[in-house]
Design a protein around this ligand. Structure first.
Ligand code: NAP
Ligand code: GCO
Length: 265
């Protein structure tokens, strides 16, 4: 069972001031890893550091926008300065979504989502791979989505980006597997975080948001996931226990992708 431990490893989780990234970084720390995370905003980093400290975790936070190659290069230099080495584990978690009907979505909105959710993981992966090659090992985990497999109205940019992220995962696997680098994805189902809060807002009459009822009917587990539901899979993919797993996306979705949806009564 020691192969599931992360002792002695340095993990970089992008966009991990809160939400899913915060949970995954917390899991890594409890498995023995040292934690680095980035965000675009110092206030969010400070709040994240305080929240990690409440968990007994001495994380280090850095300002970096994953779409900016110079900021990402500086981020890796700062991590090397502070930890004495480059990341052994990278989770490409930072991401946004814009929910706009396609005919009303500007190309600028579309480009911004793809830039952050797909080009960002390319940029950050490219920045950490040389160190992983030099060390002879590395783990890259891309946070994909149900939308790596399914579409729905109003999220054209997000679905395109997350579908592309599944294929970037396979390509990094293909190009770097010979260096003992494993690149896999996690495809969360519908998880209760700030990103999905608008889909769970109570209605003025106090009823559930229609999307809330929809997702519960589409999920065999009949509930939203929480970031805690993702922790075990992330530790597995970050650890030596998954050294022969490469190019895969593990869907942690409560069964959504297997289920047609609750039949009408
Ligand atoms: P979230 O609560 O909105 O958090 C997203 C994080 O990414 C925030 O810390 C945000 O920082 C950061 N970020 C956004 N753009 C960035 C950039 N350009 N550079 C650096 N950091 C950036 O989202 P979440 O629900 O935790 O989702 C995390 C990941 O899981 C995303 O990739 C999302 O697509 C994916 N996912 C979520 C769900 C779900 O149901 N929640 C399901 C499947 C996949 P700021 O505060 O500065 O914006
Ligand atoms: C949406 C949701 C989803 C989730 C997630 C599902 O608007 O449909 O935000 O996209 O965030 O990606 O896996």
């Amino acid at each position: 069972m020691d192969s599931f431990r992360l002792d002695g490893k340095v993990a970089l989780v992008t966009g991990a001031s809160y939400g899913i990234g915060f949970a995954l970084a917390t899991a890594f720390a409890k498995a023995g890893a040292k934690i680095a995370f980035n965000d675009r905003n110092q206030n969010k980093i400070d709040q994240g550091l305080a929240d990690y400290a409440k968990e007994g975790i001495e994380a280090k936070g850095y300002i970096a926008d994953v779409t900016k190659e110079d900021e990402v290069a500086h981020l890796i230099e700062e991590i090397k300065r502070d930890f004495g080495t480059t990341p052994d584990i990278l989770v490409n978690n930072a991401g946004i979504i814009k929910r706009i009907p396609m005919l009303e979505m500007s190309a600028a909105d579309y480009r911004q989502v793809v830039d952050i959710d797909l080009t960002g993981p390319f940029i950050v992966s490219k920045a950490v791979l040389p160190g992983m090659i030099e060390k002879g090992h590395g783990k890259i985990i891309n946070i994909c989505s149900m939308m790596s497999e399914l579409g729905r109205e109003t999220i054209a940019g997000y679905a395109a980006a997350k579908g592309g992220l599944k294929m970037l995962t396979r390509n990094i696997c293909s190009e770097f597997g010979e260096h003992n680098i494993q690149c896999n994805g996690i495809g969360p189902g519908y998880i209760a975080t700030p990103q999905t809060a608008p889909l769970r807002e109570k209605q003025p009459d106090g009823s559930m948001h229609p999307f809330d009822a929809f997702i519960r009917a589409k999920t065999p587990a009949a509930r939203w996931g929480t970031p805690i539901d993702l922790m075990g899979t992330a530790v597995f993919l970050a650890s030596d226990a998954s050294n022969f797993v490469n190019g895969q996306v593990i869907y942690v979705d409560g069964g959504i992708l297997a289920y047609l949806g609750k039949q009408p009564k």
